[in-house]
Design a protein around this ligand. Structure first.
Ligand SMILES: Nc1ncnc2c1ncn2[C@@H]1O[C@H](COP(=O)(O)OP(=O)(O)O)[C@@H](O)[C@H]1O
Ligand SMILES: [Mg+2]
Length: 212
């Protein structure tokens, strides 16, 4: 589904990513691990079309995305990519259901937010504001929100880092389910070795290089 070829990222004199090449298939849950500063988040931002690489090619289903227009990339980001971060980044004054509806509206869709929250065990939390939810519940709302537009690619940057073990496992189970049962391609950055058992493949990064 995704193919990266000879990706380079430099900021001035600093080389952040060097000759990164790999492929990710539909339905795969891939872990991205490596020391702090090795380039994991930068790589995820490139995959999420949030920035363009200094050099190299990114393809979705064989189509190069680097050359697309800003508007083309924006639509692709909105329709095909879901993001999850360490903190849930929910809007403080919107209920769980409204968080999902906001994203749907932006994409011109109407959704059944209660039904979508139900998938994540949150139906009875749909009218709660973020401050009335636990950390684990907030992160599950963030996952539900990332999936509102039924993206094919899900990118998660340390989604379990601020959760206890039990909630971290639940998040990994949900991501695995999205990959294996719903055919999403999921890339997840993690520092927790215990989370790797959920993943089909591990990409190890060191000094801006991917050592599979
Ligand atoms: N926008 C930027 N400008 C300059 N340097 C950056 C920028 N973003 C990240 N870096 C540098 O790139 C390196 C890799 O960062 P990052 O991708 O966040 O690593 P990781 O997520 O593996 O901890 C770090 O040395 C960081 O300081
Ligand atoms: Mg990072």
């Amino acid at each position: 589904m995704i193919k990266l070829t000879h990706i380079e990222q430099t900021y001035g004199e600093m080389r952040i990513l060097q000759d990164v090449s790999f492929e990710a298939k539909t339905g795969e849950l891939i872990a991205l691990v490596g020391p702090s500063g090795s380039g994991k988040s930068t790589l995820l931002q490139l995959l999420g079309l949030l920035q363009s690489p200094s050099d190299g090619m990114i393809q979705f289903d064989g189509r190069p995305v680097v050359d697309s227009s800003d508007e083309g990339r924006r639509r692709m980001r909105l329709e095909e990519i879901g993001f999850i971060f360490q903190e849930s980044h929910l809007v403080p004054f919107l209920t769980a259901a409204e968080q999902l509806e906001l994203v749907a509206e932006e994409a011109g869709r109407t959704i059944d937010a209660a039904a979508q929250l139900d998938v994540f065990g949150l139906r009875d939390r749909r009218n709660h504001l973020p401050h009335a939810l636990s950390g684990g519940e907030r992160q599950r709302v963030a996952i539900a929100r990332a999936l509102v537009n039924d993206p094919r690619l899900v990118l998660a940057d340390e989604p379990t880092a601020s959760l206890d073990y039990e909630n971290a496992q639940l998040v990994m189970q949900l991501l695995q389910q999205q990959a294996h049962e719903h055919g999403k391609t999921v890339l997840v950055i993690t520092h927790d070795e215990r989370m790797l058992t959920y993943c089909d493949r591990i990409l190890r990064m060191e000094d801006g290089r991917v050592l599979e």
